[in-house]
Write a protein that binds this ligand. Structure first.
Ligand code: UDP
Ligand code: MG
Length: 337
């Protein structure tokens, strides 16, 4: 993403209402097999939050990790009960569901999300709080000198474009999870029952004032991305279908266009047969052309059916209305020993 300007890209209302003051900050971090960098994350985040001179809670959601992550989290909760909260899910539900689980636990006025792999520096938290206090409901971020592969960058280009169209909110960088949401936005998101959500887009669809600030972006501290190519493709599908039914409409236009062409072609064949009457040699010679045309249209039909199936699958999931996550244990509220 291109380099951004220093100030907020979209100026918000000047009038500072008294409710803009943020007294209590919640930080939500999804954690999935991150034992290598978790301790550093905890130390740096707590240092950043201590420097903010506000009440805070640091909620880590263990998304069914198979390594030692949950233990490290609980140890941190034991050291600072009431401030560091470990929320343990019973299995892996995916990044966005894990964040939702964290959202269900927040108590603060402002909720900040970030990744556990230290790609988003926790030191940016004060800047996010400052931008929110200017009266913004959602504070997005633009990654400076982004450290990701070409494929990831290309994918997020498309995502940003579609998201801008679907939500009507112009943000340059939807992919960065380092974000701040005011509490009422989080409450609105929690009321959404659809299963496949993409939190930055969902949040923006409820926001009145938004802004974006530039943040640093680092390489993953340890380990590999938890997204395989397959999981990424899935995410893109989720994104597209959760935001818009446009693909279905494109399909209709495509079908109309194809049908119209077929109609023209048939008229042409009939006219040619009667006017020139050059036998059916032309028709036989065109057998393979016919095949080609047929394959193209069969392909389009298959794509169409697949696309409809995609939406029906989603409707099915939403009708079943299973919970998006199960919280097994919340540790560190200060009530347990
Ligand atoms: N994550 C998660 N559940 C998953 C996959 C990822 O909670 O199934 C968390 C992960 O621990 C990290 C964040 O989501 O905090 C982003 O993951 P990752 O860094 O692997 O994604 P990328 O930076 O490649 O988009
Ligand atoms: Mg990452």
């Amino acid at each position: 993403v291109r380099s951004g300007r220093r100030a907020c890209l979209k100026p918000s209302r000047k009038s500072m209402k008294k409710s803009n003051k943020i007294e209590f900050v919640s930080v939500v971090v999804p954690v999935y097999n991150e034992e290598g960098c978790l301790q550093e994350l905890i130390d740096r985040t707590l240092a950043a939050l201590d420097g903010c001179n506000r009440r805070f809670e640091f909620i880590m959601v263990d998304d069914g990790s198979r390594d030692n992550s949950a233990e490290i989290m609980k140890e941190a909760s034991r050291k600072r009960p009431g401030e560091v909260i470990s929320c343990i899910l019973n299995r892996n539900y995916g990044q966005h569901s894990a964040i939702m689980a964290g959202f269900s636990q927040v108590r603060g006025d402002l909720v900040i999300t970030l990744d556990a792999d230290l790609q988003n520096p926790p030191e940016e938290i004060p800047n996010l709080i400052a931008a929110a206090e200017e009266g913004n409901d959602v504070v997005g971020t633009i990654r400076q000198n982004r450290k990701d592969t070409f494929f990831r960058r290309f994918a997020s280009k498309i995502v940003n474009k579609v998201a801008q169209k679907a939500t009507g909110v112009k943000m340059r960088d939807y992919g960065c999870m380092l974000r701040a949401y005011r509490r009422h936005i989080v409450d609105a998101m929690l009321q959404c029952n659809e299963r496949s959500t993409f939190i930055p887009v969902l949040g923006n669809s409820f926001a009145r004032n938004t802004c974006e600030i530039p943040v640093r972006h680092n390489e993953r501290a340890v380990g590999d991305s938890k997204y395989s190519l397959w999981k990424l493709i899935n995410l893109q599908f989720n994104l597209l279908t959760c935001m818009t039914t446009m693909p279905l409409r494109i399909l209709t236009y495509f079908g109309l266009f194809a049908a119209f062409c077929g109609y023209l072609l048939s008229v042409y064949i009939v006219v040619r047969r009667f006017l020139w009457d050059d036998g059916d040699s032309w028709g036989q010679g065109g057998v393979f052309t016919l095949f080609a045309v047929m394959f193209i249209f069969t392909g389009i039909q298959m794509i169409g059916i697949g696309m409809i199936g995609e939406y029906i699958g989603r409707i099915y999931n939403d009708v079943r209305a299973r919970p998006r996550y199960f919280i097994e244990e919340v540790f560190g509220r200060g009530e347990e020993k």
